[in-house]
Design a binder for this molecule. Structure first.
Ligand code: 6GU
Length: 223
């Protein structure tokens, strides 16, 4: 899979992809991530890519021309399955969205900053809009990092144990059950006996029940 990210703050997107699972996914050749600085696609003085909004109001808006130039250049080189704009005024990211995006070959992610992008960008180029939750971040870069992480870990071969993504919270519509490791007792707090029993069908049953209990308590909206 190839992911092209268009941003005015590429620095914000460097570290998130340089560690752990996402780093190894790139080393294994399972994903390529390319950052594009929107300011490289303008000839204007001071490399300005934003301007005041028509009609007045606080906040700058990213202009269509540099975005057009950047996306058009990328589209000359390959076809894209989706051109995604990350923005708080969009449907919220779900595990099912990440699942289907992980099957794509090439995607572009456009990140907004300031007040967002000129509406015509959304109408002309964007095929999918995604928010990562009901709160506002100062820019779309961290949201793009979250989205990429959610997608990349699902690409076959990225996680060592192929089944581990399948037992994530949300994969079956439930939160994950509690997990424990050694020691079996710590300051009087014991690991549930069932997990030490070696009875794997019973353990699976227990985990499912705990997942249901947890979901009912913390996220009843998921039931
Ligand atoms: Cl995608 N961008 C920004 N700026 N804030 C957000 C968001 C995105 N998703 C939730 N809040």
């Amino acid at each position: 899979m190839r992911i092209d990210i268009i941003t005015v703050v590429p620095e914000l997107l460097q570290s998130p992809f340089q560690h752990s699972i996402i780093k190894r996914a790139q080393e294994k050749g399972l994903v390529e991530i390319h950052l594009h600085n929107l300011r490289d696609y303008t000839d204007t003085k001071y490399r300005q890519v934003d301007d005041y909004q028509f009609g007045g109001g606080a906040g700058m808006v990213l202009q269509i021309e540099p975005i057009d130039k950047c996306i058009s250049k990328l589209q000359l080189e390959r076809d894209y399955d989706d051109i995604i704009y990350v923005t708080p005024d969009a449907p919220v990211l779900k595990q099912s969205t990440a699942n289907s995006l992980s099957l794509h070959k090439n995607i572009i992610i456009l990140t907004g900053h300031y007040k967002g992008v000129d509406q015509r960008v959304r109408e002309l180029f964007i095929t999918k809009e995604i928010s990562i939750g009901d709160y506002v971040l100062s820019g779309g870069e961290l949201a793009a990092a979250v989205l990429c992480d959610a997608i990349i870990r699902l690409i076959p071969g990225v996680l060592g144990d192929e089944t581990s993504a399948l037992t994530d919270s949300f994969q079956d519509g439930l939160l994950a059950p509690p997990v424990y490791t050694r020691p079996a007792e710590y300051k009087g707090l014991k690991v549930p006996d069932i997990l030490l029993s070696g009875n794997f069908p019973k353990i699976e049953e227990w985990r499912h029940e705990e997942a249901e209990k947890r979901t009912k308590k913390i996220r009843p909206d998921l039931i």
